[in-house]
Design a protein around this ligand. Structure first.
Ligand SMILES: [Zn+2]
Ligand SMILES: [Zn+2]
Length: 281
């Protein structure tokens, strides 16, 4: 398991990768560009190359996250076009940084209904991926089901992937907080969750885990991250993930709220303790 955290890329990619090592992170995540914006980004290829070499030398795994304001299911022609252009660019950036995956949130149907939203998501994914030949996979992230968000259930995510023309270019990122808030799992149903992941083929395509506690209760459909052990999921439920051999080897990335990312060093240490602790069952 490669425990790590989200890191700012504001001072360049090489800087971010060095920061990851300083924090004791075996994996990390950066945004491809401003998370609330879609402005194209100037890539500093030399900086990227140095960061990639550093990560390779230190055996650090990278995942990137695409901006939130794209919508794979939008009925609006202009946002549809922007979404495609932006995510294509994100995939290029992800490749340049040597990322194993580029996380994208599932679409929002914005009142058009689940059936429309799902069909539109598949169409948009096809348009994004038709000419893409890179090795970084686009990772569909499960949502908390806020508003009209699609992609709460493991089965739905698998269905979307398989409905596209390019399933081999798509993988999954599982967010523990979103899934809890969507009513997909809690401590009692952890084994069922893993079984569903196995039976549907989801697990085989799982590339990364977003590891967060939740401020909002189970099945609340609210996306509010919390520090590990301080939220509604709790440390004992979350440590089930850390100790489950099915998730061994995957990047496990904290996106918990911090004032300063140096706080992640402590939280990463805490996760290693939870993973290694004897179960008192
Ligand atoms: Zn996430
Ligand atoms: Zn979230």
């Amino acid at each position: 398991m490669k425990i790590g955290c989200h890191i700012s890329v504001a001072k360049g990619f090489q800087n971010a990768s060095r920061r990851a090592e300083e924090l004791g992170a075996a994996s990390f995540q950066v945004f491809t560009k401003n998370p609330r914006g879609l402005r194209p980004k100037k890539i500093d290829y030399q900086d990227a190359e140095r960061g990639v070499a550093f990560c390779r030398e230190k055996n650090i795994t990278l995942v990137v996250h695409t901006p939130y304001i794209t919508n794979l299911s939008t009925p609006k022609a202009d946002l549809h076009e922007v979404t495609i252009r932006s995510i294509k660019e994100d995939l290029h950036i992800a490749e340049t940084y040597g990322a194993v995956g580029a996380v994208v949130h599932c679409g929002k149907h914005v009142g058009e209904g689940v059936e429309y939203g799902t069909r539109r998501m598949v169409e948009t994914l096809n348009e994004i991926l038709s000419e893409y030949q890179g090795s970084t996979r686009l990772l569909l992230e499960n949502t908390a089901g806020q508003g009209s968000e699609l992609g709460l259930a493991i089965e739905d995510l698998v269905r979307v992937r398989e409905a596209t023309d390019y399933p081999e270019k798509i993988g999954f990122c599982f967010d523990t907080c979103h899934a809890f808030a969507a009513g997909v799992w809690n401590e009692d149903s952890f084994d069922d969750l893993v079984q569903t992941m196995e039976e549907t083929g989801y697990l085989e395509q799982l590339v990364a885990i977003h590891f967060n506690d939740s401020k909002a209760p189970y099945d609340s459909r609210k996306d509010r991250h919390e520090k590990i052990g301080q939220g509604e999921i709790g440390a004992s439920a979350l440590s089930l993930f850390l100790r489950c051999d099915r998730f061994e080897g995957l990047p496990v990335i904290l996106e918990t709220p911090v004032e300063n990312e140096t706080e992640y060093a402590e939280e990463i240490t805490y996760l290693h303790q939870l993973k290694d602790a004897e179960t008192t069952a």
